[in-house]
Design a protein around this ligand. Sequence first.
Ligand code: NAD
Ligand code: MG
Length: 325
Amino acid sequence: MEGLIFGSLEELPSVVEKLRPHRVVILTNTTLERLWLGKVMELVGGEAIVIPDGEEHKRLETAVNVWNMLVDMGFTRRSLLVGLGGGVVTDLAGFIASTYMRGTMLGLVPTTLLAQVDAAIGGKTGVNFRGKNMIGTFYLPDFVLIAHETLSTLPGEEVLNGLGEVAKYAVLKGKIYGMVRKFPGMTPELVRECALFKAKVVEEDFMEAGKRRILNLGHTTAHAIEKLSDYRIKHGLAVAMGLMVAAKVGEHLYGFDAGKVEELLNAFGLPTRHPFEAGEIVREMRLDKKAWRGRLVFVVPEDIGKVHVEEVGEEVVKRALEETA
Ligand code: NAD
Ligand code: MG
């Protein structure tokens, strides 16, 4: 992906300068306003639009408010919208920039681990509407600046949330697995490797017709667990539980050593067991919007760095779910 930059906020002025925008507007939320907006505005100037914090604000009404403010400010296609925040802000900023006047310049400065390795990479934007991310676009930003220092203020539970996706990448790519085995923590090198890996997979399959689906490793189960918990179990933790289930499926189908995934999750302090019954999870899986005609499609590891995307029989899935309860 073009425009993926690793460094610090200090790179912002030169990155923005290159785009020669007529004006710059920073979209952020109340939490980031307190922590990092001052620094960012000091570096690039411009104006700020601050939305309330929370997933419940990732919706059309918020986009409408922001569109209104942009019109009032005289924002044009030659202006730059910069999304400063976690995945909620970067998804919204992308959606707003992609639709306003058929597309404006867009920069993202993701500030959660999850957004740095996942949400801000790959050009999917969206808002929640009758379901998660039901309205959205594919729109690549002009730049994504991954500024490691912004993670210094991230609460522990948000770090853990991001590590769920990092653990997924470790199963998908041997190099990342090796890094995590050496040091199971959030280093700039690890963030960089994960972000680059996702960018590369997405580049090969922008519209999600094939290879991008490997990024759903652990997610068939994770989505069901999140739903069943009424979203009280955070995405990254549900992904960890889902990885363990996928590992067990891989063990049954290909002789994969599920212990490798268990060790990885333990090293991160992520859960390896889910709190639901196999039957109710399977029922929920079949209802998922991504489950084609209710089929149980899994990304199944055969080894670290080698996965298959395939339909798995219910008996195998149930067995894996029972072993990880
Ligand atoms: P989030 O944006 O809600 O951020 C989590 C919390 O951390 C928020 O309270 C936020 O204000 C706070 N925060 C952010 N940065 C901080 C910092 N540096 N210091 C202190 N607090 C900080 O959640 P998230 O986990 O970053 O992202 C989840 C969203 O991302 C979901 O809406 C999900 O659908 C979306 N997502 C999108 C994609 C995609 O491909 N577009 C992929 C994965 C997830
Ligand atoms: Mg995910």
